[in-house]
Write a new protein. Structure first.
Length: 136
């Protein structure tokens, strides 16, 4: 059994390993990258400020379960690669849920959307993942 990441740096390394070569599907697939926010990211306003974006930028807040739902269940007719990818996404979600509290997903912008999967580490740091989705 793998040791549990204790520090925020260890968790970021574990997220990097779990997300290695995974692309989040949308009209344009993008990688999932571990991220640390140097400030409070507990609200859309705080996240926009942390990212240096205008306060009136469109932000949709959703849950980790809702965001990852499309990639967690491969259809029965899917091949082994799709089933393996679904398992890898599930391990990534499990890692987030085991080590972070106050988990939420911010979808920032329209069409070309920056996605921030954010949670609070026991150290108080805000950690998670960033990716991009394209929805026209």
């Amino acid at each position: 059994m793998q040791a549990q990441p204790a520090s925020s740096e260890e968790l970021l390394a574990a997220l990097q390993e779990a997300a290695q070569d995974l692309l989040f599907p949308s009209e344009s697939d993008h990688p999932l990258q571990p991220a640390r926010w140097g400030v409070d990211a507990s609200s859309p306003a705080a996240l926009l400020a942390a990212e240096g974006l205008a306060a009136d930028t469109a932000v949709e807040v959703t849950t980790v379960d809702d965001f990852f739902a499309p990639v967690l269940e491969a259809p029965e007719e899917a091949g082994e690669a799709a089933l393996a990818a679904a398992g890898r996404y599930q391990r990534l979600v499990d890692l987030l849920e085991r080590h972070l509290t106050d988990l939420r997903v911010y979808r920032v912008g329209r069409v070309d959307i920056d996605v921030h999967v954010v949670g609070r580490h026991p150290s108080g740091a805000w950690l998670g993942l960033k990716t991009k989705v394209v929805e026209t």
